[in-house]
Design a protein around this ligand. Sequence first.
Ligand code: SAM
Length: 260
Amino acid sequence: MDDFYCEERNLGAYFEAEWLEVLRAQGDNTPLACASKPVPDAFVISPFYREVSQFIAACCQQADVAPSHYLEVGPALGRVTYETLRRFPQIRQSWLVEPSQRLLSHCQKLLMTPGCYAFPYIQGLNERGSLVIDTTVIASACQHSEITCINAPFDGKTLTVQADLTVCLNVLDQCQSPLTIMDALKQSTRSGGVLVVSNTYQWQKKHLLDAEDAVDDINQYFETTGWDKLNDTDIGYGFRFNERFSKHFLSHVVGYRKRG
Ligand SMILES: C[S@@+](CC[C@H](N)C(=O)[O-])C[C@H]1O[C@@H](n2cnc3c(N)ncnc32)[C@H](O)[C@@H]1O
């Protein structure tokens, strides 16, 4: 593989799942070309990003946290980053830790570089269409925050700072050591701050170094004292692989407040 996580042919799946919804909200109704009969947008867009962003905002409200420092681990193309920065104009510093250079470079185009960019979407099994997105409005919604991007896997040495809001979605079962990431996420969240984590429980030998690190409920990672549960839910999460074939997961999302 020529990237830490995302092959070129998979970029379109991330782009359409995360950003087609925003493009449509901006008034661009360019139909998606399709190798077979056209498919509706609802089959292409993953509702996960909108719904989990509402969950994150509700957790902050419940914990009475108005975040000024935000950390997201594994943001992929940054849709949740965008939704979070849009909701919280007081966030002045964000750290994005994304080991995939491919995903991070496109995330930076979307969030930090106003302009028009062509992004791929899935037209057929080995065919990609292309949509032009004007990132001016997106970048302007994020510009109140300094965004520091770190192109590396996340562990306890990646950052020495602490965030009021820390988010890590659908990463734990895709990495070598979920316990290392969980420990680092907890350490990187300040006392009184909020940590939101989700997982689809697709544990695989090709990722996990130690099979014992796999859990069947991410609430177990918070059994140590010092964390108060805010909320817990399941949200549908999907990507297309072909124009009429998608994989639909159920992502388990939990929110906790670090005791202060
Ligand atoms: C299934 S994607 C999820 C992306 C996005 N958060 C979402 O919910 O759609 C998994 C993400 O985890 C990232 N990742 C994998 N191993 C990682 C690690 N050790 N540290 C940080 N991120 C990692 C990948 O680069 C990718 O962005």
